[in-house]
Write a protein that binds this ligand. Structure first.
Ligand SMILES: Cc1cc2nc3c(=O)[nH]c(=O)nc-3n(C[C@H](O)[C@H](O)[C@H](O)COP(=O)(O)OP(=O)(O)OC[C@H]3O[C@@H](n4cnc5c(N)ncnc54)[C@H](O)[C@@H]3O)c2cc1C
Length: 437
């Protein structure tokens, strides 16, 4: 017996139920495959590509160098390799994204042996959390209660005694090495960070403290499974651990929503927003992408993104609100920019959070709740340290002054003036919203 394990968003050996199933089916003889699929590769930017390649190298090392990486269409590559191996089964973790579902159907049709699905990238698979009448949830808080009640299985160990079967693969594309990629680094990072989780509830909204877990990246590539994290959290009793569990549930809620509404990747969940009047992306959109809007906290966020491939959650909300409600640009352009530039770019979490900010999502922030970029900066970056760190033109300004440089008698000459007046932009947004209500 031989089994083929097709890795996708589960680049790990520990707590990987699909891999355990492959090992069982193959009596310990498993070939591990990753397909570099142009449909996904081309849509990603360098931060995601670099992380993926480093993570694949790490996975390959943990498989005695035997991971087979091939480039091309999975509907051809997977059946070809399965036939070449004489595999009795191909094993995957379920993919609930719109593209992943179509791709897996095509692979299943093209295979001469069963495609066996075990587990997913979530503690509870999308579509499983239902209310008393068997319906899914539109609103997070009741979803969260039902999600907790539903519960999840305990993590499983890595398989022992696997005989990895090697086959000719394609060379990995050239990429910048990423030090913290891969299962081992992800687990070490998580264990380290867990020691500080008690403070999470109090500090998670403060970009200047940089104290969130940064686990979105390992979760994106499946270097750690969320239920491994949930099992660790369950051993702790702090408010911080509880708050963190709730955030993991947000990730699962987004995946649940996208699974049930595949169009939500790029179209509003609330259909009245189809009629919303947006402006075409122009120079103001470019200024937003480049972090040159003249609003310090927005610019700090966009530059953090460009330079590091990451942005703090509070700041993601602020810059998203600014694009949609101050510049009146459709959220899909911002979401696309995020998917190119974020290392944790994840279709479900990204699109559903953009919809939340843009007011057109399921359990969205009301449209008229328009973030003021100045007060958000003063509240969540009270001493201005976050702005100073990412906007060097403002690094010489003290304290809160950094959030309104235009009020200074001598504003820094190399920093732009605000490209829009927030109060006017807000009124314009409300006017456009009134037209579709
Ligand atoms: C406009 C916008 C776009 C976003 N795009 C993405 C994206 O592409 N990929 C992504 O993983 N997250 C996205 N998020 C959610 C969130 O900002 C990130 O998950 C978080 O900032 C990652 O940092 P962290 O791991 O340090 O978070 P922590 O605060 O340590 O949170 C722990 C984990 O909980 C989950 N989580 C936290 N907040 C959210 C949330 N609002 N929605 C879903 N899951 C959440 C993540 O898995 C995160 O790793 C987006 C949020 C906004 C407002």
């Amino acid at each position: 017996m031989t089994a083929l394990m097709w890795f996708r968003r589960d680049l790990r050996l520990t707590d990987n139920p699909a891999l355990l199933e492959a090992v069982r089916a193959g009596n310990g003889q498993v070939c591990g495959l990753f397909v570099l699929d142009a449909a996904l590769w081309d849509a990603a930017g360098d931060p995601r590509r670099d992380h993926l390649i480093s993570s694949l190298k790490s996975l390959r090392d943990s498989m005695d160098g035997k991971l087979v990486v091939r480039r091309g269409d999975p509907a051809k590559i997977v059946p070809d390799l399965a036939a070449d191996l004489g595999a009795d089964s191909v094993h995957i973790a379920a993919d609930y994204g719109p593209y992943g579902g179509r791709r897996d159907d095509a692979v299943e049709k093209a295979l001469d042996c069963p495609l066996v699905t075990t587990g997913s990238a979530y503690a509870i698979a999308p579509g499983r959390v239902l209310n008393g009448s068997g319906r899914s949830y539109q609103v997070f808080t009741p979803y969260f209660r039902a999600w907790l009640e539903h519960g999840w299985r305990q993590p499983v160990d890595a398989p022992d005694d696997v005989e990895w079967i090697g086959k000719q693969g394609d060379a990995l594309p050239k990429s910048e090495p990423v030090d913290d990629a891969g299962e081992r680094a992800a687990r070490a990072h998580w264990q380290n960070w867990l020691e500080t989780v008690a403070d999470y509830d109090d500090e998670r909204d403060r970009p200047d403290l940089d104290s969130t877990s940064r686990m979105s990246v390992p979760l994106k590539y499946g270097e750690v499974h969320p239920r491994t994290m949930l099992a660790d959290l369950a051993r702790l009793r702090s408010k911080g651990a509880e708050a963190y569990r709730r955030e993991l549930a947000w990730r699962e809620f987004c995946a649940d929503l996208l699974h049930r509404n595949p169009h939500a990747a790029w179209k509003p969940l609330r259909s009245e927003f189809e009629k919303m009047d947006y402006d075409e992306p122009d120079d103001a959109f470019t200024a937003w992408c480049e972090g040159k809007t003249g609003y310090p906290v927005v610019d700090a966020g966009m530059r953090q993104l460009a330079e590091s491939g990451f942005m703090h959650n509070r700041i993601r909300m602020v810059v998203a609100s600014f694009l949609v409600k101050d510049l009146h640009v459709h959220w899909k352009y911002g979401a696309r920019w995020f998917m190119k530039t974020l290392r944790d770019g994840d279709l479900a979490s990204n699109s559903l959070n953009w919809q939340w900010v843009a007011g057109c999502g399921a359990d969205a922030s009301p449209y008229f709740r328009i973030f003021n970029p100045i007060t958000q900066g003063k509240k969540f970056d009270p001493d201005g340290a976050y702005v100073r760190r990412w906007v060097p033109e403002l690094a010489g300004l003290d304290g809160k002054k950094v959030h309104e440089p235009w009020l200074l008698p001598d504003p820094p000459e190399d920093y732009p003036a605000p490209i829009v007046d927030h109060a006017e932009a807000r009124q314009e947004s409300l006017r456009r919203y009134a037209a579709i209500k």
